[in-house]
Structure formats: structure tokens, C-alpha cells
Design a protein around this ligand. Structure first.
Ligand code: GTP
Ligand code: SPV
Ligand code: MN
Length: 589
């Protein structure tokens, strides 16, 4: 038992309740200190979970091969009414789910230490910031949460002084008896990632990986926060936040929603290929936003670090990420080199000799699959990013002037299109589709609807969420312009048509100048397309450009027919205003 007792009785009761239920061997309240961090790594190293890398302050970790990504099929929204979870979420009656969880968590932490992690989502002191307590039996979660959130003493003090918090209970679901040796990556085949939106709590069992286990991220900052945002009139979005500065030193902030593994981290810290333009990074995954009294939309990044996709990250594609991870980083499920450093597909053209793959086997190119798991990740503090935006810690947030939607679509969707108005932009967000990636367990490559890139992350009925977006538009507000992009269109041979990465800045430049009314656009049935994009120095063939901006009317009409069917899923919760927008789009085509 915690001694002396905590001042915050909600926290004291929570700890007592979970201790009684899970029966851990001891309790550790995390302070976020260096010495605590060191202790965690010693524990992880001793159990065979981690290897110290030949890279300053950095560690290597391999997960269980069955625990490598988010598990959407085991993710639940347990609202009182099934209707409130909507047709896109798994639902289960809260009292029955609680019974199930009590059964699963009974003695689940036996033989392990129960860590209590106080953390803040957002800069301490911002009115958008919210606190959380994660209780976990995984030291790997502790070291990750220390990077991904503002964790430790300061937050505990705020909670002790009466601040509210969202509780999250996490267990890897593998109790230890005294005779047993611990597994390097304890986990359980049975997995439950459960959210109770009304009582605002999170319970996660069986997985130690990423969004399943780092409960501040998708569970709190998106699923629970989206319901808070609905009730309190703000927005919790799956969006990066970046600053874009032109050669004259004028700066605008953008927020962009792309589905998992579709380019958020990359765009958020892009090194622009066009001279004089600068991008700075506020956040790479999640944005909490609210309109201010001045009518502008302000955004904070609730996170403190990046949990970024490793494969594909290189000096050529994302030099700023490569610099960010030079030290103090955790690498999970990448390949290990002979001299104890890391490698992944796409880092260099050729793999180094004598690699050990993410499963711990001596690796040879060919039949063994990739050396690094496609959803291998680095965890690193955002403060190490060479283009870290100075306002990332600003309690006011940053003013958002442009919102970008996007996805991974090998066909149809053009490189960029601007919406006619807010409601049309909301329709674009609702219409987002993307090819599935390794970030979640499932059918990779299959095209699926992913409205606002929030399909796996919206904590309530998606139809109500569409309405919430529409409701944001008010007379006294300066609504950001909305754009939709697609970096992933392919030619007949399956090659990407657009070079992407640093070249994406050309598209951002166009948006920047559209917001200032400095460049023209061509009116098409689907929206406004660039009359001219700055392609100086880029050797793109005319026919490639034509393909990138082609508005395939037939294709769109088919797409709309399919969309109309898809939207019937939301029944009478599908907003009338979007129906009108869709009908107008159809008639324009
Ligand atoms: P999550 O962290 O899962 O939410 O993913 P993310 O949206 O942050 O995606 P990320 O930036 O990590 O990119 C995912 C993959 O897409 C990586 O392998 C990148 O190399 C690749 N990628 C990112 N941007 C581009 C681009 O402009 N063009 C191409 N072809 N690939 C890209
Ligand atoms: C995503 O899947 O969008 C991620 C990885 O950012 S995870 O944190 O595992 O959700
Ligand atoms: Mn990312």
C-alpha cells in the first residue's frame, strides 16, 4: 500500500483497487527521473528484453512476433448505449465488459511491479491540456511514456493539488510465478483494448506494443479525448501540426490528417526541396484544437515525442528524423547490425552484412522476409528534432490556417485539391479512403474508408462526429481552408508518380499562397486545382503531371455511387448538409 497516503483520494482509491485486483509484488510511483529511467533499462536488460545500442543513450527491443501492431478487432468502445459507439466501433455492454475485464485482470500482475505513471497530454498550464494516470506492469511502457508524454513529478503534484485525470489500466497479461523466468516480451494471445467513454477510463490487456499499451496516445488523446471534445466543443484529431515559413519570413500553421503509416511523421518535419522555405514541427500524430475568442483555430500537440515508422526513413526521405534519432532513442522491431546499431528497409540501398532480423535470426535477403518488421518504430523525444517548432510548448497553441486530408490511393485522387468551402471540406474528410498499412493487424493494401483518418480512433458515433465538424463553422470564426492530398498515386507499372517527401513542400507552398490569395486555382467539379504548381528544378514529365491532376469523371461517379452506399451505414446520423454536398458534387460531375 502507498504510504503515506496520497492527497488525491480518487488516485489513492484507484491504486488500491488495482492493487487488490491485480496482486502485483510491489508498487512504484514514477517520477520521470533519469535514475528511474536507468533502473527501468536495467530491469529490461536483465530480463533479456533489450540490448544497449552503440548509439548514445539508445536501446534495442524486439517484441513478440504476435504483438507487433494495433489490434482493431480487439478494440472496444463501451458506451452505455450501443448507438453511441456507432457502426464503426466494436461495442460491448459496459457492465458485461467490466466483468470480463475483472476476470482477465485478476492476479494479472502477480510477480511483477505495478508502475503508476502520472502524465500530461499537452504543455502543463494550457487550457487544452489534460492529465492521465497509466497503471502498468510493463517497464517498457514506462520508458516509452517518459518520452511520449510529459511524465512525472510535476504532473503528480498537479493531481495531488486536485487536478482531474483519466485513468488507464494496462497489463501485459502474463503473471509470473516465482519459479518462472520472465519472457523477453511478455504478452497474452487474448487482447482487449477497452474504452469507457462515459466514465472516461481505459483498460488494456494482453499487448505491450505501441498504441495498445502507451495509453496516452490513441486510447486517451483520440478515443477518449474525441468524446471530451464533442462534449466541451473542441476537436481531438489524428493530425500532425507543422509550421511553414516562406522566404519572406511569414509563417502559417497547418494540421494534416493521414491514416496510420501514410506520411504524417514525414510531412511534419519535411526538409523542403524549394529554396527559402522552412518547415517546423509542432507534432506528428495528434492535434487538440479549439477556436479562440479571436475566431482563430488554435492547436496543441498533446504528445511529447514521436513513435515513428522506421522502415523507409533515410537521409534522403527524412533527414530530420534521422538527426532526431541520433541519440536517446528506443528502436523496436528493427534489424540489429553486427556493431550493435540499427538498420531497416529503406535506410540504405543495400543491407549491411551479418544483420540479425527483428525475430533475432541471422538474416539473409530473400526468403526470410524483411529484416525489420514493416511496423517497426522508433520512440524519441520531439525536443531532439532539428526543426522542433519553438511554439510547440506554447500554452496558447498555434493558429491553424490550413487543414489537410490525405490517404494512400494508387488511383483516382489527385495530388492536391482545395475544397470550395468548409462543408465541402468536411465532405472530403468524410470521404477519405486509404489502402491499409502494417500499422494495424489486417489486410495490408486493401482500400478501406477511413473518414478523417479517424476510423480506428473515434470514440463515438462517426455520424455525430461529422456533425461536430460541421458545427465548428460559425460566422465569427475564421475557418481554415481545407485541402486534400495524395502522395501515393501510381502509374500503370506500379511506380509512384509523385516523388514525395521534400518535394511535398511544393504542394504546401501552393496552399500557403492560396490562403493569401496570391495564386490562382482552376475550378473543377471536385474542387479547386492548382493552375500552376512551382515545379522549378523538378524534372517531371508533362504526362506524369497530367496524370497527377487528372479529374477522372467516370471514376469519380463510380466512387460516389460507392460512397453513397457507404454513408448509409450511418443511417439518420449522416448529416443532411453532407448529403446536399454529395448531391452537388454529383451534379457537378
Ligand atoms: P503513423 O505513425 O502510423 O500514424 O504513420 P505516419 O502517418 O506518421 O506515416 P510516416 O510518415 O511514418 O510514413 C509511413 C511510410 O510512408 C514510411 O515508410 C514513409 O517512408 C512513407 N512515406 C511518407 N511520406 C511519403 C511520400 O511523400 N511519398 C512516398 N512514396 N512515401 C512516403
Ligand atoms: C498508428 O497506428 O497510427 C500509430 C502507431 O501511430 S500506434 O501508436 O501503435 O497506434
Ligand atoms: Mn507517425
Amino acid at each position: 500500500m502507498i504510504n503515506p497516503k496520497l492527497k488525491n483520494t480518487k488516485l489513492q482509491h484507484l491504486i488500491e483497487e488495482i492493487q487488490t485486483l491485480c496482486n502485483p509484488k510491489d508498487i512504484h510511483i514514477c517520477d520521470g527521473s533519469d535514475s528511474e529511467n536507468q533502473l527501468m533499462w536495467e530491469i529490461l536488460e536483465q530480463s533479456g528484453s533489450s540490448i544497449k545500442l552503440n548509439r548514445e543513450g539508445s536501446w534495442y527491443v524486439r517484441s513478440d512476433p504476435d504483438d507487433v501492431a494495433r489490434v482493431e478487432a480487439s478494440t472496444y468502445i463501451c458506451s452505455e448505449k450501443e448507438e453511441d459507439a456507432g457502426p464503426t466501433n466494436n461495442w460491448f455492454a459496459p457492465h458485461l465488459m467490466k466483468e470480463k475485464l475483472i476476470e482477465l485482470f485478476t492476479k494479472a500482475m502477480q510477480g511483477r511491479t505495478m508502475y503508476v505513471i502520472p502524465y500530461s497530454m499537452g504543455p502543463v498550464g494550457s487550457k487544452l491540456t489534460r492529465y492521465g494516470i497509466e497503471i502498468t506492469d510493463s517497464p517498457y511502457v514506462v520508458v516509452n511514456m517518459r518520452i511520449m508524454t510529459r511524465m512525472g513529478g510535476e504532473v503528480l503534484e498537479a493531481i495531488e493539488n486536485g487536478a482531474d485525470f483519466i485513468p488507464g489500466i494496462h497489463s501485459v497479461g502474463q503473471p509470473l510465478t516465482s519459479s518462472e523466468r520472465d519472457s523477453p516480451w511478455p504478452c497474452n494471445k487474448t487482447k482487449y483494448i477497452v474504452h469507457f467513454p462515459e466514465t472516461r477510463e481505459i483498460w488494456s490487456f494482453g499487448s505491450g506494443y505501441g498504441g495498445n499499451a502507451l495509453l496516452g496516445k490513441k486510447c486517451f488523446a483520440l478515443r477518449i479525448a474525441s468524446t471530451m471534445a464533442r462534449d466541451e466543443d473542441w476537436m481531438a484529431e489524428h493530425m500532425l501540426i507543422l509550421g511553414l515559413e516562406n522566404p519572406e519570413g511569414e509563417k502559417k500553421y497547418f494540421a494534416a490528417a493521414f491514416p496510420s503509416a501514410c506520411g504524417k511523421t514525414n510531412l511534419a518535419m519535411t526538409l523542403p526541396s524549394i529554396p527559402g522555405w522552412k518547415i517546423t514541427c509542432v507534432g506528428d500524430d495528434i492535434a487538440w484544437m479549439q477556436f479562440g475568442a479571436d475566431g482563430k483555430l488554435y492547436a496543441i500537440n498533446p504528445e511529447n515525442g514521436y513513435f515513428g515508422v522506421a522502415p523507409g526513413t533515410s537521409d534522403l526521405t527524412n533527414p530530420n528524423a534521422i538527426k532526431t534519432i541520433e541519440k536517446n532513442a528506443i528502436f523496436t522491431n528493427v534489424a540489429l547490425t553486427e556493431d550493435k546499431d540499427v538498420w531497416w528497409e529503406g535506410m540504405t540501398e543495400k543491407a549491411p552484412e551479418n544483420l540479425t532480423d527483428w525475430k533475432g535470426r541471422l538474416w539473409k535477403f530473400g526468403t526470410m522476409g524483411p529484416a525489420s518488421h514493416p511496423n517497426a518504430r522508433f520512440t524519441v523525444s520531439m525536443r531532439q528534432c532539428p526543426v522542433f517548432d519553438p511554439k510547440a510548448d506554447d500554452v496558447q497553441g498555434v493558429p491553424i490556417e490550413g487543414i489537410i486530408f490525405g490517404g494512400r490511393r494508387s488511383t483516382l485522387a489527385p495530388l492536391v485539391v482545395e475544397s470550395f468551402n468548409w462543408a465541402h471540406g468536411v465532405l472530403q474528410g468524410a470521404s477519405q479512403s486509404s489502402e491499409m498499412t502494417a500499422a494495424a493487424k489486417g489486410n495490408i493494401g486493401a482500400l478501406r474508408h477511413d473518414p478523417f483518418a479517424m476510423l480506428p480512433f473515434c470514440g463515438y458515433h462517426m455520424g455525430d462526429y461529422f456533425q461536430h465538424w460541421l458545427n465548428q463553422e460559425k460566422d465569427n470564426r475564421k475557418m481554415p481552408k481545407i485541402f486534400t492530398v495524395n502522395w501515393f498515386r501510381k502509374d500503370a507499372k506500379g511506380q509512384f508518380l509523385w516523388p514525395g517527401f521534400g518535394e511535398n513542400a511544393r504542394v504546401l507552398k501552393w496552399m500557403f499562397e492560396r490562403i493569401d490569395n496570391k495564386v490562382e486555382a482552376t475550378q473543377t467539379p471536385i474542387g479547386l486545382l492548382p493552375k500552376k504548381l512551382d515545379l522549378t528544378g523538378l524534372n517531371l514529365q508533362k504526362n506524369v503531371l497530367d496524370q497527377l491532376f487528372k479529374v477522372d469523371r467516370e471514376g469519380y461517379l463510380k466512387d460516389i455511387e460507392e460512397l453513397e452506399k457507404y454513408f448509409t451505414l450511418y443511417k439518420d446520423k449522416f448529416p443532411e448538409k453532407l448529403k446536399t454536398q454529395l448531391a452537388q458534387l454529383k451534379s457537378r460531375l
